[in-house]
Design a protein around this ligand. Structure first.
Ligand code: ADP
Ligand code: MG
Length: 632
């Protein structure tokens, strides 16, 4: 028997592990099972190279709770360890960072970060156990050994002839303040969270119902207990879809894996992207574009991060490009360090490279889908555009790549790429300053009369109706020289795209001056700014518009961002009331001698303008209706 001291100069590290890593206690299970899978995979490797010639047999990892003995055992049939191995890997290596750890833990705010950096994987078992045993027998065939440690830096290491089969059993004697981990529901939850896709099959059960079937066990009176074996189901899926080759998977397989990941999501995803990179780093994964209904909250944090099938985290902010956080799926890379803190991950160079690479892969895939089957892509467009818009706004490189497949839908339901649209409208929608004017609507119903006027003139109106529109049009203007985006109701039809085509004005300046106070007399001066314009006789006599820049500032301050909140809260709404000087009704108002009647006609005309913008409300609307009825 050997007695020894774990090589740490600081007297007792375990209370520190316990105290400072409190919130992450549950990861002990992931650490132990991932060690067990490592050991099993190693065995497979040395068997295939011929270094190990024996029978591999069933390598299912067993997780066993014994409520009576208050233990959790993790048992594998992997390579096992010789006495020297235990001395080297458990007593020295696994703990080599401990000294540094003790020095630094004070400056760290995140437990997982410390564990990962200092390689305390196995030692995390002391977060929940007062005593830990390692019973292990190496594939090399030497006598098994038992290592035991009670949380002080002292351990014992001796031969253990009883263990005859290859592999390692880690027995945790659960601490009195961690008894929650003796509940099978708790362990099941943890297995599901951390071990769902680990690469070796895992079984889970309780000792009372799970008795070693070969030998049976003697109880304290020497009777052999009944060999009652409850066959436990495998709790994990050791070969999840992302580890397979894309060519071996059918669309249904991708959809059923989606269901496995998100049992609560009933809708099939729109499409998937199977990531498979081996240079300049290793990365596999499947990303899904989820189908989202327009009023559904966008769900972030649906992507799960793995390192060789071991779950790391599902809070991927700063790791995955922002806009891709709205996607669902898994990303697996051995280059993503296991169990380090989020802030550490965010700063990690390899992780940054991975993020920008994923972004590129996503745009490549979108381009491919677009080229392969444009009709299908168009059908999906309304569902995916929010992701793309978000991507364009948050990732410069993505915005550049997205030019190739981003679509713009016009009010007649046709889809164009920006190039196609530009070519189509170049001739008709260039204004007097040689700027190309893109017209858009965010509400085809509400802005119907404006859209109608525009399309009658042969203009194309793009439907841009997400909550990102205000930001997006700014971005597009910035990306394309000499372009302006104008909402279709930003001005009267002749001014919307100003081509300097003067229509002769029927009213003189003097007449306009006379008319102005009459019109102002029926409107709120703070809200409406009266303007005269010589328009076609066929256009409306009065129109309410809100200039593009005014409305955009307001929209931007509403969604927040762009530093547009300088008005401190809600911006007041102001509009232009455009008076068509060539309309017969306006001449009539001007010529009317009866002041009362003049006011009445003016008010009614202005009310009609408000009504067509859905702005006549409350008492004003009631009055308008009553007066109209009287007239009839
Ligand atoms: P890491 O897994 O990062 O190497 P750990 O502290 O988790 O760090 O484990 C330390 C070492 O102990 C492992 O590298 C391995 O050599 C050995 N070890 C731990 N668990 C097992 C096991 N179940 N079977 C065989 N070797 C193990
Ligand atoms: Mg480990």
């Amino acid at each position: 028997m050997a007695k020894g001291k774990i090589k740490v100069t600081t007297e007792n590290i375990f209370p520190i592990i316990k105290k400072f890593l409190y919130s992450d206690h549950e990861i002990f299970l992931r650490e132990l099972i991932s060690n067990a899978t490592d050991a099993t995979k190693k065995l497979n490797v040395i068997s295939s190279t011929g270094e190990f010639k024996g029978e591999i047999g069933d390598t299912t990892i067993e997780v066993i709770i014994d409520k009576k003995a208050k233990t959790i055992t993790v048992k594998d049939k992997g390579v096992g360890m010789t006495k020297e191995d235990v001395e080297k890997y458990i007593n020295q290596i696994a703990f080599s960072g401990a000294e540094e750890f003790v020095d630094k833990f004070k400056d760290q705010d995140d437990a997982a970060g410390i564990i990962g950096k200092f390689g305390l994987g196995f030692y995390s078992s002391f977060m929940v156990a007062e005593r830990v045993e390692i019973i292990t027998k190496s594939y090399k065939g030497e006598t098994a050994v038992i290592w035991e440690c009670d949380g002080s830096p002292e351990f014992t290491l001796k031969n253990h002839k009883k263990k005859e089969d290859r592999g390692t059993e880690i027995v945790l004697h659960i601490d009195s303040d961690s008894t929650e981990f003796l509940e099978d529901t708790r362990i099941k939850t943890l297995l599901d969270k951390y071990c769902k896709f680990m690469p070796v099959a895992i079984k889970f059960g309780e000792k009372s119902e799970w008795i070693d079937n070969k030998k049976g066990k003697k109880d304290k009176d020497g009777n052999v207990e009944k060999e009652e074996i409850k066959v436990e189901n495998i709790v994990n899926n050791p070969s999840p879809a992302w580890t397979k080759s894309p060519s071996s998977l059918k669309p249904e397989d991708y959809n059923s894996f989606y269901k496995e990941l998100y049992p609560m999501n009933f809708e099939d995803p729109l499409f998937h992207i199977h990531l498979n990179v081996d240079y300049p780093f290793n990365l596999t994964g499947i990303l899904y574009f989820p189908k989202i209904s327009p009023n559904m909250e966008m769900q972030k944090d649906k992507i799960q991060l793995f390192s060789k099938q071991v779950f790391i985290t599902d809070s991927v902010e700063g790791i995955v490009p922002d806009f891709l956080m709205l996607l669902h799926g898994v990303i697996d890379s051995p280059d993503i360090p296991l169990n380090v803190s989020r802030s550490y991950l965010q700063a990690d160079g390899a992780v940054k490279k991975i993020a920008s690479h994923i972004s590129k892969k996503v745009s490549d895939k979108l381009e491919e889908l677009f080229k392969k089957d444009r009709e299908d892509f168009e059908n999906k467009w309304d569902d995916i555009k929010i992701f793309i818009e978000f991507g364009m706004l948050s990732d410069e490189k993505f915005a550049e790549r997205a030019k190739k497949f981003t679509l713009y839908k016009t009010t007649d339901g046709k889809y164009y790429t920006m190039d196609e649209l530009t070519n189509k409208i170049k001739k008709n929608q260039t204004d007097k300053d040689k700027k190309l004017v893109y017209l858009y609507t965010n509400d085809s119903e509400g802005q119907h009369s404006f859209i109608n006027a525009a399309t009658t003139k042969g203009y194309e109106v793009i439907v841009m109706d997400t909550h990102l529109t205000a930001h997006l049009v700014g971005k597009l203007e910035q990306m394309q020289e000499n372009s302006v985006f104008t909402r279709v109701d930003a001005d009267t039809i002749d001014k919307l795209i100003n081509k300097d085509e003067e229509i002769p004005n029927k009213l003189s300046d003097k007449e306009q001056e006379k008319l102005k106070p009459v019109i102002e007399g029926v409107m709120s001066k703070e809200k409406f700014n009266v303007q005269f314009e010589s328009m076609s006789e066929k256009d409306q006599p009065m129109t309410v518009v809100q200039p593009e820049f005014m409305r955009r500032m307001k929209d931007m301050s509403a969604v927040g961002g762009g530093g547009m909140n300088m008005f401190g809260g809600a911006m007041p709404d102001t509009y232009n009331l455009v008076v068509n000087t060539n309309h017969p009704l306006i001449s009539k108002i001007l010529k009317e001698k009866d002041k009362k009647k003049q006011k009445e006609i003016t008010k009614r005309t202005a009310d009609l303008a408000l009504l067509s913008q859905n702005m006549l409300k409350g008492e004003e609307l009631t009055k308008f209706i009553n007066q109209s009825l009287e007239l009839i």
